[in-house]
Design a protein around this ligand. Structure first.
Ligand SMILES: [Mn+2]
Length: 345
């Protein structure tokens, strides 16, 4: 069976030439970093070490999620605002659809991304505008980690157990454990190869999907208690008060929208997370229908993402929140529902 995507070997070569020519590579992650966003740079750091290049993952905005502390090599991760930045001469952005998604790292000093430091851009978001000096953008890949695994193959890099552990976590994180439609035969083959390289499934499954602090259950109680409907939209919100009451981090609410998605009678699931300054909301959208592209809906609000999973940011309070839900409900209503299965046809 042929693979649905393939990296142009010339791009992989160009990326290696760039990165090997660097003294120090900085790898800032997207905001609200997830398993794919952190494990892929961690694997890349270990790969570049084989070429005597120093590379540092940088959490560019927000906290270091505690459920990612199990990733091999986390002690090398820098946190923006907490740690001093190294003297870098190259960026490698992995899993970052847009440099704006680098959050405070980009906002605090826009000259950081004015082109004076070259960028190697490795990503799987369809909305990625190929902003790098070298671009390896494969929207059909399940995860950035799946692309990094392929890049390493083209480079002929030895995949060590710790690199495999990171890449496995990235693929599992973005595919929810090989459950999303983005999971292809290539994804599953890559996972098999990573397991052969010594990556274990159980710690990844435990850390990403099973183990949770009690504060997470408190947060879910809060979110489920606040479930509302607007036509075919099922939605809920996580207020600052809710996070404070439960003593929970934002990352602990991530699974709720996936849980709501698929509720009978709903076509799109939405969760709104109130900003720390209470002046706006981060929004996550999930859909399951083939013709219903939630990234296109999110784009109406300056957001983006994937057809089944997307996000955006809203400024404002309750009025803006309700207007947003109403607009999403109208946009969804304009998309024809999938044909019902006609028995006997
Ligand atoms: Mn990703």
């Amino acid at each position: 069976m042929s693979d649905s995507w393939a990296i142009d070997p010339a791009d992989a070569d160009a990326a290696l030439v760039k990165l090997r020519g660097a003294k120090t590579v900085l790898m800032p992650t997207h905001q609200n970093v997830d398993a794919d966003g952190l494990s892929s740079p961690l694997a890349m750091r270990l790969a570049l070490a084989q070429y005597d290049v120093d590379a540092y993952p940088l959490i560019s905005d927000g906290d270091f999620p505690s459920n990612l502390h199990f990733l091999p090599g986390v002690e090398s991760v820098l946190v923006y605002g907490r740690d001093e930045l190294p003297d870098y001469d190259m960026f490698c952005l992995i899993d970052c659809a847009d440099p704006k998604r680098l959050g405070n790292f980009a906002k605090d000093d826009p000259s950081r991304l004015d082109g004076s430091v070259p960028i190697v851009n490795i990503d799987h978001h369809i909305t990625n505008k190929r902003f790098g000096d070298v671009n390896i953008v494969e929207p059909e890949a399940s995860s950035a980690a799946e692309i990094v695994a392929e890049v390493l193959k083209l480079w002929g890099t030895e995949v060590t157990q710790d690199m495999a552990r990171n890449l496995l976590a990235g693929i599992y994180g973005d595919t929810l454990g090989l459950r999303t439609p983005s999971t292809t035969p290539h994804t599953i083959r890559t996972v098999a190869e990573l397991v052969e390289c010594g990556a274990e499934l159980e710690p990844v499954v435990d850390q990403l999907f099973r183990l949770k602090p009690r504060s997470t259950i408190c947060l879910w109680e809060h979110a489920l208690h606040n479930i509302r409907w607007n036509g075919p939209i099922i939605w809920t919100e996580m207020t600052r008060e809710g996070f404070r009451h439960c003593g929970a981090e934002v990352v602990e609410a991530e699974g709720i929208v996936n849980f709501l998605s698929g509720t009978q009678g709903s076509r799109v699931a939405v969760i709104l997370y109130q900003d720390e300054d209470e002046r706006g909301w981060r929004v996550s959208l999930r859909g399951l229908e083939k013709n219903l592209d939630v990234a296109a809906i999110a784009a109406n609000f300056g957001g983006g993402g994937h057809p089944r999973a997307a996000g955006a940011h809203l400024e404002g309070g309750d009025a803006e929140k309700h207007a947003f839900i109403q607009t999403v409900a109208e946009l969804v209503a304009a998309i024809p529902e999938p044909d019902a299965v006609v028995v006997g046809s």
